[in-house]
Design a protein around this ligand. Structure first.
Ligand SMILES: Nc1ncnc2c1ncn2[C@@H]1O[C@H](COP(=O)(O)OP(=O)(O)OP(=O)(O)O)[C@@H](O)[C@H]1O
Length: 310
């Protein structure tokens, strides 16, 4: 469990984070959400002491993090950032194994764990183990980054916009895969995002920040249905329909029959909001929806904009 008490970070006269009080529950994913510059990244980086607080304290399982050596602290806390910084001259397997190797873990056990982790993030070890980072797509590299962060088996994982650089389809898939992994492994995850849908979809809890302070902390349901302030309502409520679409598969909107000629094809489990993005990007007002190879039917723009979906 991570507890943040009266946490401040001041730069000159201005506060990047001000009197933040928050408990990140164990084994859950908490999304740190808020507009640009509200202090999300600063908060995250104070937890692993990449940034030292000006005031207040952070407790990791009851222990003040200032009493731990930063290096020792960071070994127990995985860290995933958008530009994941894989070492270009090392293979995928070597990149994933960096921390276990550093810790002097048994080589054979590590090799086996690397394969398990690659499998877990959806990369076939036989295919990807020996590849170099330059041979990977952005999404694959992000997956390797997640596997690397999990390799040392840290109980806590800090993630800063980990899926930010991906296109909507790859992002959806990796988000789902990650959510699954997090639930299965029971990691405590703190994820910075400015993407409302990502926070609502992945977060067990959402901490919404504004100008360095905590505006609301609660479940996604709390924030949507019981907003603590007008700011929360406005921040989440710009387009309730889109928000709702993000949580539903496009298959919920399928009609029988043919789409317009040349319509892009999407898989049934794609979320409806991403389906809408595909329409916008490709300039089509219908999509053909498939499950595997099987055509289920089509969805039309008006159906998605209605947002009700059965
Ligand atoms: N090294 C620094 N020196 C001075 N001001 C800083 C420094 N780092 C951050 N800040 C300021 O602190 C505030 C919070 O920054 P932070 O990076 O935590 O925001 P954020 O919520 O993560 O934003 P974004 O979503 O844009 O990444 C911002 O106003 C920023 O300008």
């Amino acid at each position: 469990m991570i507890e943040v008490e009266h946490l401040d970070k001041r730069y000159g006269d201005s506060f990047a984070v001000q009197d933040l009080n928050l408990t990140f529950p164990e084994g859950q994913l908490t999304a740190l959400l808020g507009p640009s510059g509200c202090g999300k990244t600063t908060t995250l980086r104070m937890i692993n002491r990449l940034i030292e607080p000006t005031g207040g304290r952070i407790l990791l399982n009851g222990q003040d993090t200032r009493s731990l050596k930063p290096e020792a602290l960071r070994r127990g806390i995985g860290y995933v950032i958008q530009q994941i910084g894989l070492f270009p001259h090392l293979s995928v397997a070597q990149n994933v194994a960096i921390v276990p190797d550093l810790l002097g873990r048994d080589r054979r056990a590590t090799a086996q764990r690397v394969d398990e982790l690659l499998d877990l993030v959806g990369l076939d070890p036989a295919v990807y183990r020996e590849k170099r980072p330059a041979e990977l797509s952005g999404g694959q590299a992000q997956r390797v980054g997640v596997a690397r962060a999990l390799a040392a088996d840290p109980p806590v994982l800090l993630m800063d916009e980990p899926f930010g650089a991906l296109d909507p389809l790859a992002r959806d898939r990796l988000q789902e895969a990650f959510r699954d992994i997090q639930r299965r492994l029971g990691k405590t995850v703190i994820m910075v995002t400015h993407d409302i849908d990502e926070a609502l979809r992945l977060g067990d809890r959402v901490a919404l920040m504004r100008a360095g302070r905590l505006e609301q902390f609660g479940t996604p349901d709390d924030l949507i249905h019981r907003p603590a302030s007008d700011f929360v309502r406005d921040f989440l409520g710009e387009d309730a329909t889109l928000r709702q679409l993000a949580g539903r598969p496009v298959s919920a909107f399928v009609r029988a029959g043919l789409p317009s000629p040349g319509a892009p094809r999407v898989q049934a489990d794609l979320n409806a909001r991403s389906a809408l993005s595909v329409m916008l990007r490709e300039g089509h007002d219908t999509l053909e929806v498939l499950r595997g190879e099987q055509v289920l039917g089509h969805v039309a723009w008006q159906d998605l904009r209605g947002g009700s979906g059965g």
